[in-house]
Design a binder for this molecule. Sequence first.
Ligand code: NAG
Ligand code: NAG
Ligand code: NAG
Ligand code: NAG
Ligand code: NAG
Length: 437
Amino acid sequence: MGTTFIVLGSSILAVLLAGYFAQRYLPPPKPRIVGIDLGTTYSCIGVYHAVSGTVDIIEVQDKHKCIPSVVAFSSSGQLLVGYDAVAQQEHNPENTIYDAKRFIGKTFNKIEVQQTQSQYNFKLERDKDGFVYFTLKVNDTIKILYPEDVGAIIISTLREAAANNISAPVTKAVMSVPAEFDDQQRNYTKKAAILAGLEVLRVINEPTAAALAYGLHNKLGLQNVIVVDLGGGTLDVSLLNVQGGMFLTQAMAGNNRLGGQDFNQRLLSHLKKLIEKRFGQPLVDHEDLQGLLLHIEDLKINLTQSDKSEIKMELISMKSSSSPKKPVYSDVITRKTFEDINNDLFIKVLEPIRKVLESVELTRDDIDEIVLVGGSTRIPKVRELIAEYFSKEPNTSVDPELAVATGVSIQAGIIGGMWPLTVSAVELPTRVKKIHL
Ligand SMILES: *[C@@H]1O[C@H](CO)[C@@H](O)[C@H](O)[C@H]1NC(C)=O
Ligand SMILES: *[C@@H]1O[C@H](CO)[C@@H](O)[C@H](O)[C@H]1NC(C)=O
Ligand SMILES: *[C@@H]1O[C@H](CO)[C@@H](O)[C@H](O)[C@H]1NC(C)=O
Ligand SMILES: *[C@@H]1O[C@H](CO)[C@@H](O)[C@H](O)[C@H]1NC(C)=O
Ligand SMILES: CC(=O)N[C@H]1CO[C@H](CO)[C@@H](O)[C@@H]1O
């Protein structure tokens, strides 16, 4: 009897020791589960590496970590995704689909579809259940794509890049969705990944993912976390309770008409005035305006790092017969000017923050951590306003455009039991409704 126990005991010890040495000295196990952030404008995929405990967001198309959530078919039937789809968009607007996430798993009435159609060059249709699909002309025949089909094409591209990167097949995923998504929208988002050949192990909220990216699941005690997500066109604010790796969404508020595009529009009208003064005629040429908008995006990004930036470009339509010189427009724009022309918009970022606090009867002093998500939170004035409001610095060490993808990849690592991640992270279902401003 006694010896059997000893033998059993030492074999268990041997197994444990083997496991310990394997983790210490063998090559780390390959990531088995990927994290996918299928965004409205950009999508990314990441993997969590055991042992090093780091997340890689995978480069998908020539050095770009995230790709535009855009899918197109050329007239000859070639499928284009991401940057390749964007590159040909201007010449093929009817067959270039973007914003599919706005429609995924959601039903619309006839009037809503008609009203929404005016914002897009591609064709929207509504099926008998109220779901929207897109119709394209490919090889002289009509091709139908549902939003989840568009998602599946994007996810396939991400999945392939990840499989190449880790030199292993990718079959399992964790996905993130907006906190406000209902069960049906979550189901159809999952369906997109299933259509791309993936098994979806969990779907988590984007704000929760962002909080995970900052390791807030490791903090002791109850934490009140505000997540501010300011992207290209929308602002979303969530209040989370985090305790012992459990996440609960307490409140949500947002503004669907505030984001980077609005700041660009303000710069555009400002520059158009300067150009008209300089050249004595208004700028109306479509191609020049397109070129100017591209420079404006650059200018805005430069102004997050410097307090002034030079814009310099040729404006073909400003050519005059009296001057043989190339019509070059150049100006130095200061950050101060950028802030002045956008001041009223920047202040609006605080509105949903106030609403969220009001709705749960908390004050700004009750907030323990502030997490920033979305490219527009790089704007120094936006950060400053938020820091001032809370008298506390927001967490900014993770790239705000990669925070969600990073967090969803950490969740994938936790589910995969990847050492040294020993903590748990679980999201509790919530019934709170988003407040729209
Ligand atoms: C995988 O992706 C990471 C992050 O983008 C990159 O640093 C690494 O070089 C890639 N490895 C391979 C083999 O492509
Ligand atoms: C369109 O036609 C080309 C050439 O015949 C073919 O390779 C392609 O697969 C077709 N595309 C679609 C979407 O049917
Ligand atoms: C979502 O999917 C689950 C499981 O597939 C199903 O039971 C549920 O009814 C679906 N819910 C909605 C709202 O589509
Ligand atoms: C932005 O900065 C880069 C690098 O300093 C420069 O090459 C570019 O011309 C700038 N663009 C604008 C529009 O300010
Ligand atoms: C301002 C700041 O960096 N705050 C927090 C960011 O997140 C880490 C990780 O949880 C905290 O320790 C910081 O205090």
